[in-house]
Design a protein around this ligand. Structure first.
Ligand SMILES: Nc1ncnc2c1ncn2[C@@H]1O[C@H](COP(=O)(O)OP(=O)(O)OP(=O)(O)O)[C@@H](O)[C@H]1O
Length: 219
């Protein structure tokens, strides 16, 4: 059974000012983005903005430990580099702008149970979609399904790359209601959005990226 607490914090003194709570990022960089430093407490949403190519996706992929990087990322003072990758990614869930699927069957990706059906309903998705082949689903349906798949892991951190880019206004609001509920249960969210109104509705913290760096930081 997975026990996050079985990975101890790094002794009494955490390296380079890493926060003892929430998501903490210090000196994170690779050739395409960074270095950046920031903290997202549990229950808060950092909205990441910036022009196409600014480095937003690269930043999320480094936090998820999917791209090579230097610097430190920690959750509740526990360093990513001190933890097996699969355990890190079970807690720190990345939902890409274009979700990947390893089979065409929705049921290969998430179980048909009450929790899934509840999440589907809250995301505005019909139950019957569980029996459909993935290639028949719309872009927006696949986008929301990927979010449901991520939420099924009960993440501590959600890294969301334009999760509503294919959605209409009403469906976007349903997804935002889900994200507010995740915040209320203490999940830290990093959300890439090109929609200023969504940023206003969701952001507790804001960072605007230019050329791989944070050009503006605010709340
Ligand atoms: N593995 C790689 N090799 C070479 N260049 C890369 C690699 N990964 C990312 N880049 C480059 O880094 C830059 C930042 O890419 P990134 O995908 O993070 O942009 P973005 O801010 O998410 O843009 P968008 O809003 O269009 O999604 C881009 O110029 C991209 O081409």
């Amino acid at each position: 059974m997975f026990e996050p607490s079985s990975f101890p914090p790094c002794g009494g003194t955490l390296p380079r000012g890493i926060a003892p709570r929430g998501l903490s990022v210090r000196g994170l960089c690779n050739p395409h983005a960074g270095p950046v430093d920031f903290d997202v407490p549990g229950g808060a949403c950092l909205v990441l903005t910036g022009m196409s190519g600014a480095g937003k996706t690269v930043l999320l992929r480094m936090i998820a430990d999917l791209d090579p990087h230097q610097g430190d990322v920690a959750l509740d003072g526990r360093l990513c580099r001190a933890m097996p990758a699969h355990l890190w990614r079970r807690q720190v869930v990345y939902c890409p702008a274009e979700p990947g699927w390893w089979s065409d069957s929705v049921l290969d990706h998430l179980p048909d149970d009450a929790r899934t059906r509840d999440l589907l309903a809250r995301a505005g998705l019909r139950d019957g979609l569980l029996r459909d082949p993935l290639h028949r689903l719309s872009t927006g349906e696949r986008q929301r399904l990927a979010l449901v798949r991520g939420l099924r892991q009960d993440p501590r951190v959600l890294l969301l790359d334009e999760p509503c880019s294919a959605l209409d206004e009403a469906t976007t609001r349903k997804v935002e209601t889900i994200l507010h509920a995740e915040k209320a249960r203490g999940v830290a969210i990093v959300l890439i959005s090109h929609d200023p109104r969504q940023a206003d509705r969701m952001a507790d913290l804001r960072c605007h990226m230019e050329h791989g760096r944070f050009a503006r930081v605010g709340s």
